[in-house]
Ligand binder design. Structure first.
Ligand code: SF4
Ligand code: SF4
Length: 64
C-alpha cells in the first residue's frame, strides 16, 4: 500500500475517489489505508494528491 504522510493530508478525498480497489478511506479527517485490500500500485492516488501526502515509492533493480 502507498505511504501516507498524515501531516500533509488535508482530507480532500481525491485519492479515495480514484482508487478503483477501494483501498483508501478517511479516518479522523486524514486518509488511511483499508486493511486487507490489494493495492495494484497504479499510483493514481499519488498523481491526484496536490499536497504530496501519499506516494507509491518503488525500487529499480538493475541485473547484470
Ligand atoms: S488526495 Fe492527498 S490530501 Fe487529499 S485525502 Fe488523499 S492524501 Fe489527503
Ligand atoms: S496505488 Fe492505486 S490501487 Fe493502490 S491505493 Fe493508490 S489508487 Fe489505490
Amino acid at each position: 500500500m502507498p505511504q501516507i504522510d498524515e501531516e500533509k493530508c488535508d482530507g480532500c478525498g481525491l485519492c479515495i475517489s480514484v482508487c478503483l480497489n477501494h483501498g483508501l478511506t478517511i479516518v479522523n479527517e486524514v486518509v488511511a489505508r483499508v486493511e486487507g485490500v490489494d493495492c495494484d500500485w497504479c499510483a493514481q492516488c499519488e498523481i491526484v494528491c496536490a499536497t504530496g501526502a501519499i506516494c507509491c515509492p518503488f525500487e529499480i533493480v538493475i541485473e547484470r
